[in-house]
Design a protein around this ligand. Structure first.
Ligand code: MEV
Length: 441
């Protein structure tokens, strides 16, 4: 058999093995030094057994933990209230950039943010073979039943001010033969709402099929609605938040007018050029994702929705806007966001809970505003560096400790190098040479 070698590597019933058995299997099968491989996994276990167990139960086949640093960025003033932001990231310069931008704007009126909408969407994608007219009549007739049969699922959410806002029938037969959708709009209050939305959609799909099967005006074929899938959409243009900063250009610093002008040009370039826009938006996501992870939100959903929004007119564009009007600099970011402050990991993961407490237990709308501000702050810090000193100066300075750790530097060596590089430009070579020279002396 051609793939006999591969077959020998396959394992069945892996998820049924105990954690220790999984570790043994992995270490022996995949590592040249199984003892060392097991030691690494063990080093990252939490000594608190209960806590470790909690983490093990988050996902299937958990065999250890994977740490990312949690940092804080103080001095964020948002709508007149001050915040310290929790940030989870592996990238050395991100937190410093946030902290700098926060401090800069704290004395210039702070950040402002407002919610543009909080509506989410889900779809039942189905195939219907028959007359469009009779499907429309059927849909109008069964709409109350569709809603009624979700009532047990929506009860709690309705008590919290959410629920199903509207159900529409969309004809997509131009795109694919017999393809229709139930396009459903939701309000999910402080929850991100993925489970709620998906449960509602699956119920709607079931009711749709049952009702069709019994609808007296349908032909035999029409009675057989074929549901392809029912799933929420992570594209959430109806759930948007806007954040902005503004100050007289004279307050931007010594060369405020030059900075403002180049800043606006940089934003314009990201509007027109997709290569630049992707990196521009990646910088924004540095601020958004760090907070999404710290607050236990699904950063992949957030990323997917935001990038789709960046391409909403058919071209991928930068998400922020900047302008100078009557000598006042204005910088703004509008993002689609669907995040939760209840449900998911929020009450389970101790560090997530801690992050929510640090943020003064915001509701979902407040968290959306904080996340948009965090994205704007990152974008501001990146563009300010890019159009003035260049990005590498600050970036490499923050990367210095990583380089020194890679070179096995001791604590006194690190201190000496940090001092040396306050006045010298950091590069891998420069650090290598300076460290060698210091070690010689
Ligand atoms: C690096 O993580 C992010 C930047 O590249 C963003 C940008 O170029 O705007 C600095």
């Amino acid at each position: 058999m051609a793939n006999e070698g591969v077959q020998n590597e396959l394992v069945s019933g892996f998820s049924k093995k105990s954690k220790q058995e999984k570790i043994e299997w992995i270490a022996n099968k995949c590592f040249s030094n199984p003892t060392q491989a097991k030691e690494v996994l063990q080093t990252y276990w939490n000594s608190d057994e209960q806590l470790q167990n909690l983490h093990d139960e988050f996902i299937e086949n958990a065999i250890s933990n994977f740490y990312l640093p949690l940092a804080v960025a103080p001095n964020f003033v948002i709508n007149g209230k001050s915040y310290v932001l929790p940030m989870v990231t592996e990238e050395s310069s991100v937190v410093a950039a946030s902290a700098n931008a926060a401090k800069f704007w704290a004395t210039r009126g702070g950040f402002h943010a407002e919610i543009v909408g909080t509506e989410k969407t889900g779809q039942v994608h189905f195939l219907f073979t028959g007359s469009h007219q009779s499907l429309t009549s059927f849909f109008n007739a069964v709409k109350p039943t569709l809603l009624k049969e979700t009532e047990a699922i929506t009860k709690n959410m309705r008590q919290r001010g959410g629920g199903i806002l509207a159900i529409e029938l969309l004809d997509s037969t131009k795109n694919m033969a017999n393809y229709y959708q139930l396009h459903v709009r939701f309000e999910t209050a402080d929850a991100m709402g993925a489970n709620f939305i998906n449960s509602c959609l699956e119920q709607l799909a079931q009711t749709l099929q049952n009702e069709a099967a019994n609808y007296p005006h349908f032909s035999k074929t029409e009675k057989q609605i074929e549901v392809v899938m029912s799933i929420l959409s992570n594209y959430v243009p109806g759930s948007r938040v806007k954040a902005w900063v503004s100050c007289p250009i004279a307050e931007l610093g010594d060369d405020g007018d030059v900075l403002a002008k180049k800043f606006v040009q940089a934003v314009e370039i990201a509007h027109h050029n997709a290569y630049r826009a992707v990196t521009h938006n990646k910088g924004i996501m540095n601020g958004v994702d760090t907070l999404a992870i710290a607050t236990g939100n699904d950063f992949r959903a957030v990323e997917a929705g935001i990038h789709a929004y960046a391409a909403k007119d058919g071209n991928y564009r930068g998400l922020s806007k900047a302008r100078i009007k009557k000598d006042v600099f204005w910088f703004e970011l509008e993002l689609p966001l669907s995040v939760g402050t209840v449900g998911g990991l929020t009450k389970l993961h101790p560090m997530v809970q801690w992050s929510h407490q640090l943020l003064q237990n915001p509701n979902a709308k407040e968290l959306m505003q904080i996340m948009a501000v965090s994205g704007l702050a990152q974008n501001f810090a990146a563009l300010r560096s890019l159009v003035t000193t260049g990005i590498q100066k600050g970036h490499m300075k923050m990367h210095l400790l990583n380089i020194l750790n890679q070179m096995g530097a001791t604590q006194p060596e690190k201190e000496a190098m940090i001092k040396h590089f306050t006045t010298n430009v950091v590069s891998f070579n420069a650090v290598e040479q300076a460290l060698a020279a210091w070690r010689k002396n």
